[in-house]
Every structure is written in C-alpha cells, then in structure tokens.
Design a binder for this molecule. Structure first.
Ligand code: EPU
Length: 418
C-alpha cells in the first residue's frame, strides 16, 4: 500500500484544476449497460473507484477504449453475467449502481452486499423496498441478494430518508419499468440531475431530477451517446478548505462554484476573502479566520463529504466551533488523528465535536481510514510542523485524481512511496 510523506508549513500559491466528479462518473459508467450502443464519456476522473468499475465492466464483456486521458469509449455488446466479479463488487459502494442497469438487461441478478468507506452502517434497505415496490422479487441470503425483476411496473416510492445512490438506482430501474414511477423525498445532488439529463438525451423520460420529486415514464429502450462528467464539487470544496487552512492564495479552476454555495458562504462568514466566478474560485490568504458551526445536510446543505476537510480548517480558526455530522453515524471518529496532531477537539457524542482553535498541528504517522478523512489528513499534514506520513493512500486515490501532482503544482512538499 502506498503512503504520502508531507512536509508541512509551505505557503501554497497558484492554480489548481478540478477533475470530473467521482459520484457522477461511477454512475455514468454503469449506465453504459443500458444500451448496446457505443457510449463516449469525457472528463472521466482516473481515480481508483473508476478503475475498479472499469475492471468490472471489462470482465463482464464491455469493450473499453481509452481514447485519451479521461476519454473513454464503451461498447457493451456481448455481456456475460457469469463473468460478474462478485468479490470486487462487494468491495465498494458505487457498484450498487450496476444493479439497475443489470436488472434492466438480464432481469435476474445475484448481487452481493456492497461495501464502501467505513463511515457508518450503510444499509441498502431503501433500495430493496424500492425494488419490491416496482414488483421485483428479492430473496436475501447471508452475503448476497437474488433479484428477479421480470416485468417491473411503475410505482410511487416514498423515501423515509434521502438517499443518493438509492434515488439513482431506482431512477435507473424505473427507466424500463412499465408506466409511471414517482420518487418522493428523492435526493437532489447535481450528479443526479446530470445523470437524468444524459438519460433524457438518449430517450428516457425523467422529470424533476434535482428536486425532491422525480417522475419517470417507462420506455422500451434508450440509446447511447456522448456525455461529459461535471466537475467534482467535493474536490472543489476540499481545495477551498486547503487554501484557507494553509493561508494561501489559490485559484481553483474548472469547477462549478454554484454547486458548493453553502460551504462557500460559511467560509465567507469565517472571514475568508473569496471571489466566485462562473467556473473558478479565487481565494486570498486571510490573516485570521473565525470559528463557525457546521451541520451536515443533504444537498444543497453542507455536504457530509466536506465535513472532514472543513474540520481540519476549523482547528486553525479562532474560537470554538461545533461540527454536527447528521448523515453518517460513524463519520467523526477520524478526528482522533487531529487530536494526536495537537488539535483541541472534544467529542460530545459520536456525531458532534467541539473544536477550539487555533492550534499548531504537529506532524505524525497516520493511516487513512476512508476517502474524506484521508484528504483531511493531507491538509492537516500541509499545515503541521514537521513531517506527516499518511499510510493507506489508496483510500485517498479512490476519489482525488492526480492529487500529489496537483498539490506539487501549487508548491506543496508531498511525495509518494509505494
Ligand atoms: N441509508 C439507509 N438505507 C439505505 C440507503 C441509505 O438508511 O438503503 C442511509 C445511510 O445509512 C445514510 C443516509 O441514508 O445515513 C444517506 O446515505 P446515501 O444513501 O445518500 O449515501 P450513498 O448513496 O451511499 C453517496 C455518496 C457518498 C456521500 C453520500 C451522501 C456515492 C457513490 N456515494 O453515498 O460519497 O457521502 O451519498 O451525500 O455517490 C464520498 O464520496 O466520500 C462518499 C462517501
């Protein structure tokens, strides 16, 4: 497993460009299975999660051509379900997105319980209930589910709790269900709207994606075409936290600032000097930042995926901040590493921490438990005194494309050891 060695204390400066969104790319790749035509995808982030999904698709029989960096042509003609790599699928959460397209094509699929970051229980009960509402027969075994989705019929599905991949999976399943499906209390992340926009261009009939009610009229088939992945809003927000925490002048380019308006608003409340353009965010070093409270929320609220990088930032802000994680029950345990680095953090309960700042962090040997805690460690390493070693960086590289190269480009002292 690789590790990063970070020397802290450098002032960073310059431009850092944002890659395509992990949480759209993984889903668009799965959608390639919904037609037999060639799909052309650009701005694909070449991150570990995408590589794993490409491996699964290739083993299934999809012909994959890498035309250039981030540009792929997928030809899903001769798919063989016997070649489905259950081991790999069970290792990461995004693989659940394959379920809808596979069921649409093969009607009967065995599917393992998907894994993912260790940030909470991550159940799939809402997916199972949704499929049952559409008429699928589901048998649960110890380690896998058997789905029989012969003749799905549109239905009204009410999510008692918003779920991003749950909304996407059922939206995909409903594309080929007979009649109308209505998803109520659906998640509204920009990646969901982008996914629906692509499907509609190919003949699907989806309205309301990006709002809390999505209506899908079933169609018999869809075609495949060209699609560009939207910029990664979580990568964008991570660089905002990085720029502010390291007190650097950084311009974040090729991004959609309007997808992270709430984190940007909170940063301004902290006293940050931020200029927001159509596709860039220009941050000027602030001498002192104020403490603020953060409560994570489904989109358009403060994204849970930005909680860890902003928590590191709050260790550098003056006063007491409260961070309340409301989406995942296990997404604050990583803060232990910040305490070991010298931060003043009090865990009130598993979902709330109080941070008193500013504190000088000291470099330590760390191990990344998950993707967003991993980027938080990198940011902490860059502001700490001395050297920080971060092991298990596979977790970080699951979601940040060319991270080391991008950080070096703005003056960070970071190296990678395998
Ligand atoms: N939930 C259930 N039952 C379900 C599904 C979800 O109780 O059947 C609960 C979860 O336990 C959680 C809440 O609903 O408490 C929200 O989970 P959601 O289903 O929205 O999360 P997800 O779809 O598994 C996606 C992203 C995550 C991101 C969350 C929240 C992908 C592949 N993953 O996960 O991304 O944190 O939405 O925005 O899209 C990351 O990028 O680091 C990451 C973990």
């Amino acid at each position: 497993m690789g590790k990063f060695i970070v020397q802290g204390g450098n002032k960073l400066s310059g431009e850092i460009s944002v890659s395509g969104a992990k949480n759209m790319a993984t889903k668009i790749l799965a959608v390639s299975l919904m037609s037999e035509q060639t799909m052309k995808i650009s701005r694909v982030p070449e991150i570990e999660d995408v590589k794993r999904l490409l491996e699964i698709l290739e083993e299934l029989g999809v012909k994959i051509e890498r035309v250039a960096k981030g540009e792929y042509h997928l030809v899903p003609k001769n798919i063989d379900l016997d070649k489905f790599n259950y081991d790999l699928v069970s290792q990461f959460r995004a693989s659940i997105l394959l379920l809808g397209p596979l069921l649409a094509r093969f009607k009967k699929v065995k599917f393992p319980h998907p894994g993912g970051c260790i940030i909470g229980k991550r159940p799939i009960d809402l997916f199972v209930k949704g499929f049952k509402a559409l008429g699928a027969k589901i048998t649960e075994h110890n380690e896998y589910y058997e789905f029989d989705a012969n003749g799905l019929i549109g239905a009204k599905i009410v999510f008692p709790q918003m779920t991003v991949t749950g909304t996407e999976t059922l939206m995909l399943a409903a594309v080929f269900a007979k009649g109308t499906t209505t998803l109520i209390n659906a998640a509204h992340e920009p990646e969901i709207r982008a996914l629906a926009d692509y499907l509609n261009c190919q003949g699907a009939k989806i309205t309301g994606a990006g709002t809390n009610t999505v209506v899908i009229e079933g169609v018999a088939e869809i075609s495949a075409g060209e699609v560009e992945i939207i910029p990664d809003r979580i990568e964008t927000g991570s660089y905002v936290a990085l720029a502010l925490a390291t007190k650097s002048n950084i311009k974040i380019t090729n991004c959609h600032p309007h997808d992270i308006l709430i984190p940007l608003e909170l940063a301004k409340q902290m006293g940050a000097d931020i200029t927001i353009g159509e596709d860039y965010i220009d941050i000027k070093a602030a001498r002192e930042l104020k403490a603020i409270n953060i409560k994570t929320h489904e989109y358009p609220g403060f994204a849970t995926d930005l909680q860890a990088p902003f928590t590191v930032l709050l260790t550098q802000s003056k006063g007491q901040s409260l961070v309340h994680e409301t989406v995942f029950e296990g997404r604050l345990f990583y803060t232990d590493f910040l305490s070991r680095m010298g931060a003043n953090i009090l865990m009130c309960d598993p979902q709330r921490v109080l941070i008193t700042g500013p504190t000088q962090l000291i470099g330590k040997k760390l191990e990344s438990p998950d993707l967003r805690a991993g980027i938080a460690m990198v940011i902490a390493g860059l502001i700490a005194k001395g050297e920080t070693e971060i092991e298990n960086i596979y977790q970080v590289e699951r979601g940040y494309e060319d991270l080391m190269e991008k950080l070096k480009g703005i003056g960070a002292d970071i190296t990678r050891q395998d």
